[in-house]
Write a protein that binds this ligand. Structure first.
Ligand code: UDP
Length: 329
C-alpha cells in the first residue's frame, strides 16, 4: 500500500514541486492550500491524477484527514517580504495556529512531520556563514518580524512536540530558492529583476546592492527536503546553496542573461533587510549526503525560459494578488 502524505501550501512554489516529487516517488498526496498566495495553475497538471487530492482549505482552522497518514509537510505560508507586509496577521497565524493543528494531526495519526523553516530565523545575521547553532539576530517588531518570529515559534512548537510527545519531527531551514513557478509579482528579487528585464524596465537594486544572498535552484532544494524527511534527524538542517553573490553583481548577471540594455537604478534598502546571507551546509552534507548540484548559471537559464513563457497579461500584472477578499474584518 502506498504511503500517504499531506502537503500544506500545495499550490505554492515549493509545495507544488514537492507534490510532483512525492507523486513521482509513488506516494498518495493530499494537497491543501487557502490560495492566498498560492496559485492553482501550479498544480493544474495534478488534478486529474488518482494519486492526488486537493482541498482548498486554511490550516488555521481545525484539520481533519480521514484514514491513515504517514507524513506531513507544512509549507503553507506567505514567503516574500511584500506579502508579509500586506498580510502580516495571516503570516503569523499560519505558522502558529496552523502548526498547532498540524502537530496535533501528526500526533493523532502517528505521522512524521517536516516543517518549512527559513534562513529568516537568523534575522540580520552577525555570524557568517550561518550554521544551525547560531541563534540569530531578529527584530521582533520590525516588518519582517511577523514571518521571522512565526517561523521561530514554529520551530519551538515542533521541538516541544518531539520532546514531550516523542513525535517524529524534521526542521528544514530553507535559504533563498528559485526556479519555475515562482510568483512573478511577489517582489522577490529574481522574479522582480527578470520581470523588469522582460518588460524593458530598469532593474531596481535596493540600497547600494552590497547585501548578499545565496540562491539555491528548486530541484536541489526539493532533493534536500526529501532526504531530510526520510532521515532520522530531528534537529534543524540548513538547505541552501552557499554560492554567495551581492545583489548588484546579481543584477548585472541578469542583464547579461536576458541580453537586455536595461540600467540599474538604486532605491532605498527596506527596513531590516539582512546584509549577508550564506548557509553553512556542513550538517546537510554529513547527515543527508546532500549538496546542491545546479549552478546559478544553469538554474537561471531554466528560470528565465520559464518566465519568458508566461503570458503578457501575467508579465504586466504589476500587483500581486488582491488579498482583500481573504481578510475578514
Ligand atoms: N531586492 C532588490 N531589488 C528588488 C527586490 C529585492 O535589490 O526589486 C533585494 C532585497 O533588498 C534583498 C535581496 O534583493 O536584499 C533579496 O530579496 P528577496 O525579497 O528576494 O528575499 P529576502 O532574501 O530578502 O527574503
Amino acid at each position: 500500500m502506498s504511503k500517504k502524505i499531506l502537503i500544506t501550501g500545495a499550490a505554492g512554489f515549493l509545495g507544488s514541486h514537492l507534490c510532483d516529487r512525492f507523486i513521482k516517488e509513488g506516494y498518495q498526496v493530499i494537497g491543501m492550500d487557502n490560495l492566498i498566495t498560492g496559485d492553482m495553475k501550479n498544480i493544474d497538471h495534478l488534478l486529474k491524477r488518482d494519486e492526488f487530492e486537493f482541498f482548498h482549505y486554511d490550516v488555521t482552522n481545525f484539520i481533519h484527514v480521514a484514514g491513515k497518514l504517514d507524513y506531513i509537510l507544512h509549507f503553507a505560508s506567505p514567503a516574500s517580504p511584500i506579502d508579509y507586509l500586506k498580510i502580516p496577521i495571516q503570516t503569523l497565524k499560519v505558522s502558529s495556529i496552523g502548526i498547532f493543528h498540524l502537530l496535533g494531526l501528526a500526533k493523532e495519526k502517528n505521522a512524521r512531520i517536516l516543517i518549512a523553516s527559513t534562513s529568516e530565523v537568523y534575522g540580520d545575521p552577525l555570524v557568517h556563514p550561518q550554521s544551525e547553532d547560531y541563534y540569530g539576530n531578529v527584530n521582533t517588531i520590525g516588518p519582517r518580524g511577523v514571518y521571522d518570529e512565526a517561523k521561530r515559534f514554529q520551530e519551538s512548537m515542533t521541538m516541544a512536540y518531539h520532546r514531550f510527545h516523542g513525535l517524529e519531527t524534521r526542521i528544514a531551514r530553507i535559504f533563498n530558492t528559485y526556479g519555475p513557478r515562482m510568483c512573478l509579482n511577489d517582489g522577490r528579487v529574481i522574479p522582480a529583476f527578470i520581470g523588469q528585464a522582460l518588460r524593458g524596465e530598469d532593474l531596481t537594486v535596493f540600497g547600494d546592492g552590497s547585501q548578499t544572498r545565496s540562491f539555491c535552484y528548486v530541484d536541489d532544494q526539493i532533493e534536500g527536503i526529501y532526504r531530510l524527511l526520510l532521515s532520522d534527524y530531528s534537529e534543524p538542517v540548513n538547505i541552501g546553496n552557499p554560492d554567495e553573490i551581492t545583489i548588484k553583481q546579481f543584477a548585472e548577471e541578469i542583464i547579461k542573461l536576458t541580453n537586455s540594455n536595461q540600467k540599474i537604478i538604486y532605491k532605498s534598502l527596506p527596513e531590516d533587510d539582512p546584509l549577508k546571507r550564506q548557509p553553512d551546509i556542513t550538517r546537510a552534507k554529513e547527515i543527508l549526503g546532500w549538496e546542491p548540484k545546479v549552478s546559478r548559471s544553469d538554474g537561471m537559464k531554466i528560470s528565465y525560459d520559464y518566465f519568458k513563457s508566461l503570458s503578457q497579461e501575467e508579465l504586466f500584472k504589476s500587483e500581486h494578488k488582491d488579498f482583500s477578499k481573504h481578510i475578514k474584518r
